[in-house]
Design a protein around this ligand. Structure first.
Ligand code: HEC
Ligand code: HEC
Ligand code: HEC
Ligand code: HEC
Length: 128
């Protein structure tokens, strides 16, 4: 009996830590919600992270989560541990001074325009 209880306890602990962990995974992202935008002028943008990337056939995380050095994008480095605003708002060395809204719009829209797929109009992304 004691052994069973112990196992049950261990199991629920493991289950709880798994649930806790997955809460921070990109699978659960359904909106782009950069914490830098505190007062929004537009509705936030629906973005099913993993589904989007699968559908769009994007394999490299650094297609979006990039790292740059001396004006060049590093092929083998990525920054998925950072929000875009961590680099596109601050002026620290190595950071980009590209305005944050422009950074999002350029990245999202330019690929959609280039591939003739995905939304390009304001209201197609900022859905009420
Ligand atoms: C099409 C662009 C794109 C691609 C490709 C992409 N991501 Fe993301 N990812 C985003 C955006 C946008 C966010 C939300 C960013 C924000 O809120 O600052 C995000 C958020 C995340 C977060 C959460 C970070 C946080 O601060 O909450 C993780 C983790 C993540 N991505 C991992 C990955 C991994 C791993 C891959 C490759 C398998 C990947 N991403 C590929 C666009 C992308
Ligand atoms: C680790 C810092 C860092 C992070 C995180 C980061 N960027 Fe950048 N980004 C840069 C730097 C540096 C440049 C290049 C210099 C410049 O153009 O100002 C750049 C360039 C860009 C460009 C222009 C070049 C291109 O590839 O088209 C866009 C658009 C862009 N970033 C969007 C984003 C978006 C959207 C995110 C979040 C998914 C993001 N960046 C995350 C640092 C970062
Ligand atoms: C490297 C290219 C690329 C980038 C970067 C990219 N997308 Fe897309 N996106 C696509 C493609 C391709 C499709 C069409 C997929 C299809 O319908 O088969 C698409 C479709 C979409 C759709 C409609 C389908 C859906 O998932 O509901 C939305 C919304 C979308 N993208 C939002 C975004 C946002 C927001 C960003 C920036 C954070 C972004 N995309 C960045 C390539 C890209
Ligand atoms: C391809 C998708 C896409 C299109 C098209 C698009 N946006 Fe955005 N926009 C975004 C994403 C992604 C963000 C980043 C942030 C978030 O929601 O956290 C953003 C952020 C913004 C912000 C800053 C956040 C806020 O709500 O104040 C404004 C303002 C904005 N967009 C206006 C526009 C306008 C105006 C148009 C049309 C000219 C437009 N956007 C077209 C994806 C898009």
């Amino acid at each position: 009996m004691r052994k069973t209880l112990g196992l049950l306890f261990l199991f629920s602990f493991l289950a709880a830590s798994l649930v806790g962990f997955s809460a921070y995974c990109q699978e659960d992202i359904s909106f782009v919600g950069d914490s830098a935008f505190t007062e929004r002028m537009r509705p936030s943008v629906p973005f099913l992270h993993d589904d989007h990337n699968e559908m769009a056939n994007i394999e490299d995380c650094n297609e979006c989560h990039h790292v740059w050095e001396d004006g060049k994008k590093l092929e083998w480095d990525s920054s998925e541990d950072k929000e875009c605003s961590e680099c596109h708002l601050s002026q620290e060395s190595g950071d980009s001074d590209m305005d944050l809204i422009k950074a999002y719009h350029n990245m999202c829209k330019e690929c959609h325009i280039g591939q003739k797929a995905g939304p390009v109009q304001c209201s197609e992304c900022h859905i009420k």
